[in-house]
Write a protein that binds this ligand. Structure first.
Ligand SMILES: Nc1ncnc2c1ncn2[C@@H]1O[C@H](COP(=O)(O)OP(=O)(O)OP(=O)(O)O)[C@@H](O)[C@H]1O
Length: 398
């Protein structure tokens, strides 16, 4: 099959830390920030602000992410993240990844030193805010709901990995709920592109188009969970398709030290121990994050975060001592069913013992799940956002 060309900057031998317009811009001929009318602000993170905008020429509504790269702390890192994000979104676009926000345009304003990304607007808000709302309403998740969201997340992560990408920052704030109630994995600034599925062509990367692309409640909600960023849950259209029922096979590079990575990146409380400690890590780091989210969904408490005042440094230390803290956390939450506990322990585990997507799909917790249906968005979400128009921002708290 003909390869799909991926104009990747991040995977060139020398990453251009100061990309030209030609190098960075994507589908944006004649486009500037003046091509958009800003409707409202919908989000902000450590690196950028996100706005709801309307493109003047066609009236379409999008989410526009804006990242300044001068007069900011560590501008080189900001630029690298911006390039990684652009590249990962283009890879997802080309593969028609239905679990990624579609990137319509990317452009750079060299005078203002800003990167812009024009993406599909995902109207249901972020998963963190949804969990926080449930917490405030004292409506803990049922086992069926947890199963639904975990299975959706497994597909989001698997799909990403299958395209040769490691996310490295899987956390509730980076998971969005689309208008149908399905989960979408966002924010690729921390992602890492692997070379396995790619071959070079005229200085650009190519990915084989044969790679599949789109193709009873328990636990009491305790304190210290679903809080604001740095605490836990709280602050803070895609086509059908999806993968076939066969999980992608990445074992080829998983154990290969030359394809492991050592840079320190992500958000401490969901970070795998090998990432926190700066030892080699692989795509399995994203599944540790899944385990941390599972614990939080079941108990309403964040693993490794004692209180909203727990410092980042302390969270890192706690993750370093994860065994003892995990045992204590589980013994304090006796209502966690055994089958959930085993899955948490299979995910919050040393990398060599952690289960991968194949093991996760076969885990008894997911008994009865039809992965083909999950991949194809055929499972009915427990919550479907109610949106009155394409510019409805009800689910964004600003
Ligand atoms: N496509 C989108 N549609 C709707 N809202 C979005 C979209 N992308 C991002 N957001 C909102 O903007 C917020 C910040 O975006 P994002 O996480 O990409 O920024 P960031 O600065 O990279 O964040 P972080 O601090 O996690 O690195 C998200 O939590 C979400 O609420």
């Amino acid at each position: 099959m003909e390869p799909i060309l991926i104009p990747s900057l991040a995977n060139r031998l020398v990453i251009p830390t100061d990309p030209s317009e030609d190098e960075f811009n994507y589908c944006s001929s004649g486009i500037t920030i003046d091509s958009y009318e800003i409707i409202s602000t919908i989000g902000s993170g450590s690196y950028g602000s996100v706005y709801l905008v309307r493109e003047k020429s066609n009236g379409n509504v999008y989410a526009l992410k804006k990242i300044y790269y001068v007069d900011v702390h560590d501008s080189e890192l900001v630029k690298k993240r911006a390039i990684r994000e652009r590249d990962a979104m283009i890879v997802c676009n080309k593969a028609k990844n239905s679990r990624a926000p579609k990137l319509h345009r990317a452009f750079i304003d060299k005078d203002e030193c800003v990167f812009y990304y024009v993406m599909d607007y995902i109207g249901g808000g972020d998963f963190n805010s949804y969990c926080y709302k449930r917490l405030c309403e004292q409506k803990p998740f049922t086992m069926d709901e947890i199963k639904f969201y975990m299975a959706e997340l497994v597909i989001c992560i698997e799909t990403f990995h299958h395209l040769g990408l490691i996310h490295r920052d899987v956390k509730p704030e980076n998971i969005m709920i689309n208008e149908e109630g399905h989960l979408i994995l966002c924010d690729y600034g921390s992602s890492k592109q692997l070379f396995n599925n790619y071959s070079t062509h005229n200085g650009f990367l190519s990915v084989s188009s044969s790679a599949p692309g789109h193709g009873g409640s328990f636990g009491s909600f305790g304190s210290g969970s679903f809080g604001s960023s740095g605490g836990s849950f709280g602050s803070g259209s895609f086509g059908s398709g999806g993968f076939s029922n066969t999980p992608p096979n990445f074992t080829s590079f998983l154990r290969n030290p030359s394809s492991s990575y050592t840079s320190y990146i992500g958000t401490p409380q969901y970070m795998a121990v090998e990432v926190v400690q700066g030892t080699n890590y692989s795509k399995l780091c994203d599944y540790w994050s899944l385990g941390a989210i599972l614990f939080e969904l079941c108990t309403g408490q964040a693993l490794f975060v004692e209180s909203p005042d727990t410092t980042e440094q302390k969270i890192r230390e706690n993750i370093g001592n994860w065994r003892g803290l995990l045992n204590t956390a589980i013994s304090k939450n006796q209502s966690i069913p055994k089958v959930v506990e085993t899955l948490i322990r299979d995910l919050i585990a040393p990398e060599r013992k952690r289960i991968d997507s194949m093991g996760i799909r076969k885990h008894p917790f997911f008994e009865g799940i039809n992965w083909e249906d999950v991949s194809n968005h055929r499972n009915t979400p427990p919550f479907k956002p109610t949106l009155n128009s394409s510019t409805d921002t009800t689910y964004f708290r600003n």
